[in-house]
Design a protein around this ligand. Structure first.
Ligand SMILES: Nc1c(NC[C@H](O)[C@H](O)[C@H](O)CO)[nH]c(=O)[nH]c1=O
Ligand SMILES: CC(=O)[C@@H](O)COP(=O)(O)O
Length: 158
């Protein structure tokens, strides 16, 4: 089931005037998972009429600083963070999950429109079903979240 078909999911926002330009910031630590997340996000953005670019960083920890750098430069109304952190044997999992999430939250509280599509599964099987655009489509869900925040920012800006 695609995320946009979940019970209670908001319909995609529509945009008058210019199309939103969105940046996908991807950590391809697990290449196949990242590609599925990108495919889902891209499909949702296209459906909403948004344009987008894709950049890649080594791991999930680099996603928040990369978004911060891009935002400082300008040109994007919203951001989609895409990646996958799979539990290993040490505390590293918690650190990467918590700090990448914290970084995105702090940027969001500064007013950036960010959809969080960083998966935090226990194993690869959980990752595959969450990334697959024809299953849980977490990439599409993160793109939809970014678009909703962009629409809200436009509304509050009058
Ligand atoms: N273990 C995972 C990582 N770890 C790498 C960090 O994100 C970071 O790139 C490194 O510590 C250098 O700063 N990243 C993921 O995206 N997924 C993982 O499972
Ligand atoms: C994110 C992780 O936990 C993993 O990549 C690191 O594995 P480990 O804790 O076994 O070093």
């Amino acid at each position: 089931m695609a995320s946009t078909e979940q019970e209670g999911a908001l319909p995609l926002p529509t945009f008058e005037g210019f199309a939103p330009n969105i940046l996908l910031v991807v950590a391809p630590f697990y290449r196949k998972i990242a590609d599925d997340l990108i495919a889902g996000a891209a499909a949702t953005l296209k459906t909403a009429g948004a344009t987008f670019d894709v950049i890649e960083v080594p791991g999930a920890l680099e996603i928040p600083p990369a978004i911060r750098m891009a935002h400082k430069r300008g040109g994007y109304e919203g951001y989609v963070a895409l990646g996958c952190i799979i539990r290993g044997e040490t505390y590293h999992f918690e650190l990467v999950c918590n700090e990448s999430g914290r970084g995105l939250t702090l940027l969001g509280l500064e007013g950036l429109a960010i959809g969080n599509g960083i998966l935090t599964p226990e194993d690869m099987a959980q990752a595959v079903v969450r990334a697959d655009p024809s299953e849980m489509d977490k990439g599409g869900g993160a793109a939809a979240a970014a678009l909703h925040l962009v629409a809200l920012a436009r509304r509050f800006a009058g």
